[in-house]
Write a protein that binds this ligand. Structure first.
Ligand SMILES: Cc1ncc(COP(=O)(O)O)c(C=O)c1O
Length: 333
């Protein structure tokens, strides 16, 4: 099949869900005259994330890549330090550290959830390792208990890249409640989106204060705005990482409906498996494996197929299953 024809026949790669309230909230900054970041809508999003992740401080960023870059600055990573991360991830996690001269140490992923294999971490810790950065692939939690144990023993920090969503849970805890700091993405491909966007949550109070300076171009402007100092000045190296209020407006409309969005996605999830169980039994195909103690937010459905299976046919069948599921849950109204 030609590429163009395949494109025509396929469902879109992703379809951002709009709640309908985005424009309503976008009008708010217009009327209160506040477009810059850290305004009332941004603060609403911060509170929501802080409540959900029970962290000390959450802060919106322009993307999760930006959030990970801030995390690398917080860790005061030095050139040639090493950070352990999964070998199967999106480039953002590696980029954030590589930009600081860090060496990424790629460790194989588990065959079940495709997350960093915690059993291989200890052997991969060389002398200059500073942190472990697990990524919860497709919104399914990594084995955080084991990873935190290894990190404590080796005195490493754990920078969690949840990538997707705090609706997911690991043994009762929201994803993003365990590592410190933790990056989230609100990119258009994610369950809750502001087009481009991200956040960093932090439990350590020193991280929170330091991140505040880093994100305000390395100044103590936030303290000045809180009347804690009578002028602000350059304190350390930093950059401009905050999104404006219009981005926060779109995000707030989505956060308000985060649980409803998760429910709708869950309803769609059940329509995806269309290949007969016998395929799985014969080892021709494998559906996502989600351990019973993990609650996921159905960010991504995937199937691994063996070389004998005609992938194009599976994708075409999947597309028609998706169309049926969309119609059924009235996703597009
Ligand atoms: C694991 C992971 N980390 C980070 C990102 C980057 O997100 P953003 O576009 O918000 O920078 C992605 C994007 O898909 C991702 O999958």
């Amino acid at each position: 099949m030609k590429r163009e024809q395949m494109k025509e026949n396929h469902s879109p790669f992703n379809w951002p869900h709009m709640t309908g309230k985005e424009l309503y909230y976008i009008a708010e900054p217009k009327f209160n005259g506040r477009l810059v970041g850290d305004g009332p809508l941004t603060k609403r999003c911060h509170r929501w994330l802080e409540e959900r992740t029970e962290c000390n401080k959450a802060s919106l960023k322009r993307s999760s890549t930006a959030a990970l870059e801030v995390a690398a600055l917080l860790l005061e990573i030095q050139p040639c330090d090493e950070v352990i991360m999964p070998s199967f991830i999106f480039v953002a996690t590696a980029n954030a550290f590589v930009l600081r001269g860090t060496v990424p140490i790629f460790v194989h992923v588990r065959a079940d959830a495709l997350n960093l294999d915690e059993r291989l971490i200890e052997a991969a810790i060389p002398s200059r390792t500073r942190a472990i950065s697990p990524v919860h692939h497709a919104d399914v939690a990594s084995e955080m208990d084991a990873m935190m144990g290894i990190a404590r023993k080796a005195e490493l920090l754990v920078v969690e890249d949840t990538e997707q969503w705090v609706v997911s849970r690991y043994k009762g805890n929201a994803l993003g409640q365990i590592g410190d700091p933790v990056a989230f993405s609100f990119h258009e491909t994610k369950n809750v989106t502001s087009g481009e966007g991200g956040a960093l949550s932090m439990s350590c109070p020193e991280f929170a204060l330091c991140a505040e300076r880093i994100c305000k171009k390395g100044t103590d402007r936030s303290r000045f705005c809180r009347c804690e100092v009578d002028k602000y000045s350059w304190q350390e190296a930093g950059s401009s990482y905050l999104p404006g209020e219009l981005t926060a407006a779109v995000l707030w409309a989505q956060m308000e409906e985060a649980d409803a969005i998760a429910h709708t996605r869950l309803a769609c999830w059940d329509f995806y498996p269309i290949m007969p169980d016998s395929f799985e039994q014969r080892g021709l195909q494998r559906r996502p494996i989600i351990a019973s103690e993990f609650q996921h937010a159905t960010h991504m459905y995937y199937e691994l197929t063996s070389a004998e299976v005609d992938c194009q046919r599976v994708v075409a069948m999947q597309d028609s299953a998706l169309t049926r599921s969309i119609a059924k849950v009235n996703w597009l109204q």
